[in-house]
Design a binder for this molecule. Structure first.
Ligand code: FAD
Length: 465
């Protein structure tokens, strides 16, 4: 059957659009969380929504599931096949279809990387308000399907909030064209929101119309030290009062994390002296050219130092220094991802609960294994602290990782938080989803899935416990 299907797929997308040799498909078997999934029958690389529709129809007739794949940078195993599947890769659908600097929108194809979309927006004098460490390789389709978050959520919101319109292919091959760049559109159910965060289980996103922002022209970036996480929240509160929406990033790094990055990342250095127990990376920007933002931030931070809220810090005085500050932040997840037995947690709690969460999660980790090193870091401004944990050498077993993850997620749930803030459920957090959402909500999700994908064609083995 596979041979017939592969010929049919080649007839749709062309000879070079289908990869079925072992060496060629090895890279399509997983994402960063689960690099080795089940068999990939072949990887199909369509160029248009029409081709995607025909591929879906052919796979539906053959009864072979489809795993949609973006850049493979996901951290929950969403793009990793859980049974023999056809992988549909969007790598040849990378076009920027349109940019409208008056309406402040851009329409891009699913396979366009986030980095390329950001650059295209910038070239048009606009900003795409989504950014994170995986921007270089992750694709728009993957970002919308995971409802990615990242560094600027506190100002611009998650991926979902950038989306005005969507084009997608449903399980019966229907092409859903909802690309209208409208800010007001109350015409029936807003189906785009079903597809975002669905992790490829409800439809294949082929393009999206994204909201653009004014391009900031004045920026101020600082690293500041605080003695405690409660002080970090005081800094955030005071900056909000003084600068409002100008705050685009407020990232928290622990001492142990900063030391790790300085040891492992080329050129990474402590941002100021003496080092503090916690470091905040702050970025503020504005399109208001006349406002001297660096001077205003410096004055504000100086006042906070006088008040004892901030222990020290440095303001970036050049683009190179700003990049060096961000290298510290981006270097931490990249360093931790490269470590084989590092637990990568993706919890979020209400912002005011963060200090409590860090203390209680630390105690929960110590109760599981006192030799572990907690590495809580991340998006302070939106409550999404990644409570990563390094296990001691020799004690590193999958069972330990599972117990640590459970302990941290339990604390998050007790504080009204979530088990997955931005990475999604994929195949790694399906049990946690059940604990968090309960049968009634998951039952409703199953009914949505059954209505849109009655034969379970799209990404089986994901999300549902
Ligand atoms: C260093 C680093 C830092 C990161 N930082 C962040 C961060 O701060 N915030 C954050 O949210 N994420 C972060 N990530 C994770 C990752 O980049 C995001 O989850 C991203 O959205 C995944 O995009 P992708 O194209 O790689 O998707 P993939 O990994 O290929 O797929 C992700 C999911 O989307 C589905 N999918 C992909 N394309 C489509 C499509 N066209 N239609 C339907 N379904 C599709 C897949 O089946 C899968 O379920 C980081 C990753 C790295 C490597």
């Amino acid at each position: 059957m596979s041979v017939t299907l592969i010929s049919e797929l080649r007839a749709i997308v062309g000879e070079d659009g289908v990869l079925d040799m072992a060496g060629d498909i090895a890279g399509y078997r997983g994402d960063l969380a689960y690099p080795q999934g089940a068999d990939v029958v072949c990887a199909v690389r369509p160029r248009t929504a029409g081709e995607v529709s025909a591929v879906v129809a052919a796979c539906a007739r053959a009864g072979i599931p489809i795993v949609p794949r973006g850049g493979g940078t996901g951290l929950a195993g969403g793009a990793t096949p859980s049974q023999a599947s056809i992988v549909v890769s969007f790598e040849r659908m990378r076009r920027i279809r349109a940019i409208d600097p008056i309406g402040n929108t851009m329409t891009v194809e699913a396979g366009c990387t986030l980095g390329d979309a950001q650059r295209a927006a910038r070239d048009a004098g606009r900003l795409l308000g989504l950014d994170h460490g995986g921007a270089g390789s992750s694709q728009i389709g993957g970002n919308l399907s995971t409802n990615a978050g990242g560094n600027n959520v506190l100002r611009y919101g998650m991926a979902r909030e950038q989306v005005l319109g969507i084009e997608a292919v449903l399980a019966d091959g229907t092409i859903l064209d909802l690309l209208a760049p409208l800010r007001k559109n109350n015409a029936g159910y807003d189906l785009r929101h079903l597809l975002m965060g669905a992790e490829g289980t409800l439809g294949l996103i082929t393009a999206a119309t994204l909201r653009l922002q004014p391009l900031p022209v004045v920026r101020a970036t600082a690293c500041v030290g605080v003695a405690a996480v409660t002080d970090a929240l005081s800094v955030l509160r005071r900056l909000r009062e003084e600068f409002g929406e100008m705050i685009s990033a407020c990232e928290l790094l622990p001492r142990a994390g900063l030391e790790l990055v300085c040891r492992h990342v080329d050129g990474a250095r402590e941002p100021f002296d003496p080092p503090a127990p916690w470091t905040l990376l702050l970025e503020l920007d504005t399109a208001a050219r006349a406002f001297d933002l660096p001077a205003a931030l410096e004055a504000s931070l100086a006042a906070m130092m006088e008040d004892g809220v901030v222990t020290g810090g440095a303001l970036a005085t050049s683009e190179a220094q700003r990049a060096a500050f961000w290298k510290l932040r981006e270097g931490l997840p990249a360093t931790l991802i490269a470590m084989p037995f590092c637990l990568k947690a993706d919890t979020a709690v209400p912002v005011t609960a963060i200090p409590d969460f860090i203390v209680r999660a630390g105690a929960a980790v110590a109760a599981v294994d006192p030799g572990c090193t907690p590495m809580p870091f991340g998006h302070l401004g939106d409550g999404n602290i990644h409570f990563n944990v390094l296990a001691p050498q020799g004690a590193q077993t999958p069972d330990l990782m599972a117990r640590l993850q459970r302990a941290i997620e339990d604390v998050s749930l007790e504080l009204g938080g979530t088990v997955s803030a931005e990475h999604g459920i994929g195949r790694s957090r399906r049990d946690a989803l059940l604990r968090m959402r309960g049968e009634a909500t998951i039952g409703a999700m199953r009914r949505v899935k059954a209505a849109l994908d009655p034969h379970g064609l799209f990404n089986p083995g994901k999300i549902f416990p």
